[in-house]
Design a protein around this ligand. Structure first.
Ligand SMILES: Cc1cc2nc3c(=O)[nH]c(=O)nc-3n(C[C@H](O)[C@H](O)[C@H](O)COP(=O)(O)O)c2cc1C
Length: 355
């Protein structure tokens, strides 16, 4: 049973940031609008960068900035949960309002600017999780006022090492001025070198290998795609997440909020982010695992990302419109689509468009 359609009018009558905070609080308390989510179809099980996932659909970063609702996300049926972006020091983010629903466009614009409670709080939340939990990734970033942004990413990984199954280095938020410049060749090379050194030091201390992913923007030129792909291949980065929100504003947007500054996500991002995913898959010859994110709202959308080259898929904005039962719907539909095209597993379908 899905009760979200009953509560949606009340939730959407609230200011979007308030509605979101209430959702996180409800998840923390174990409340849900959904009863009786079925077990995952075995065709959805997959293994990527050494981790096993019951299904390939994850909650994208930004939904749970402070790692407060990880158990709730797994209960909703997500195959993995990514929390953050967390910065070393707590920070308030930009002035409100900073989150806008573009209902006519099934889209969202946000300019939060990495509001979060900082690394110590994030770590305390992870320490309180049960030992047997679903796959979890920590998405790390840099403080707005930091003198050394590269050092902030290293600090995040060092502090959370051993508490997270994978790390995402987020260099693609449009809401921290200058952050996306870290995607340029020399800056990215320096950042990756430092981050990988930090991991090597942990491994030398006897800790386990933890995969490190890099999350990129959809607003990239062909030369950026080539540079990022080269750096990912030569440094053996464990994966790329494609993509973050876009600063572009497609002509098709109808909502009165379309002119707000910030990152656009949801349905209008599906095409552009999938195009970049495809380009990265081609440039890396399918040798770097990719996480496809941007505009996924159905099993068909998830299947499109997978065939374009994604080993895993994430979503956030569609939850605003579909509610928690969306996760079960997407998984059921994806399992049917895989079987209808005779794929024995998700892995079998990854990059099928390129063959
Ligand atoms: C309100 C909001 C906040 C977000 N915050 C973050 C963030 O802190 N870190 C990050 O890497 N991505 C963040 N994102 C981007 C999402 O993780 C995702 O890449 C993007 O929204 C595209 O997916 P979607 O169309 O399914 O929402 C945020 C997105 C939204 C809508």
């Amino acid at each position: 049973m899905d009760f979200f359609p009953l509560v949606r009018p009340f939730v959407h009558a609230l200011d979007p940031e308030r509605a979101h905070n209430l959702t996180i609080r409800a998840l923390r308390m174990g409340l849900s609008t959904q009863i009786g989510a079925p077990a995952d179809d075995p065709v959805l099980a997959t293994s990527v960068f050494g981790l096993s996932f019951p299904n390939p659909i994850g909650i994208a970063a930004g939904f749970d900035k402070n790692a407060e609702a990880i158990t709730g996300a797994h209960k909703m049926g997500f195959g993995f949960a990514e929390a953050g972006t967390v910065t070393p020091k707590p920070q308030a983010g930009n002035d409100k309002p900073r989150l806008f629903r573009l209902s006519e466009d099934k889209a969202v614009i946000n300019r939060f600017g990495f509001n979060n409670k900082g690394l110590e709080y994030f770590a305390s939340q992870l320490n309180a999780l049960p030992k047997a939990r679903g796959v979890f990734g920590a998405n790390v970033g840099a403080n707005k006022d930091s003198d050394d942004r590269t050092a902030d990413y290293v600090t995040g990984i060092e502090r959370l090492y051993g508490l997270s199954d994978y790390f995402t280095v987020n260099i693609s938020s449009p809401n921290t001025p200058g952050l996306r410049a870290l995607q340029s060749k020399d800056a990215l090379m320096e950042l990756i070198t430092k981050v990988l050194e930090a991991r090597a030091a942990k491994i030398a201390e006897g800790q386990a290998y933890v995969p490190i992913l890099v999350k990129i923007a959809p607003d990239l030129q062909d030369a950026d795609v080539r540079d990022i792909s080269d750096i990912a291949l030569t440094n053996q980065i464990d994966g790329l997440i494609v993509s973050n929100t876009t600063i572009a504003r497609p002509e098709t947007l109808k909502s009165k909020h379309r002119g707000e500054a910030g990152g656009l996500s949801g349905a209008p991002l599906m095409g552009p982010s999938t195009n970049v995913l495809r380009a990265i898959y081609r440039a890396t010859e399918g040798r770097v695992p990719l996480v496809g994110v941007g505009g996924v709202a159905s099993g068909a959308d998830a299947f499109t990302k997978i065939k374009a080259g994604a080993s895993l898929v994430q979503l956030y904005s569609a939850l605003v419109y579909g509610g928690p039962a969306l996760v079960t719907r997407i998984k059921t539909e994806l399992a049917s689509l895989l079987k209808a095209e005779d794929y024995a597993s998700v892995a079998d379908a990854v990059g099928a468009d390129h063959r």
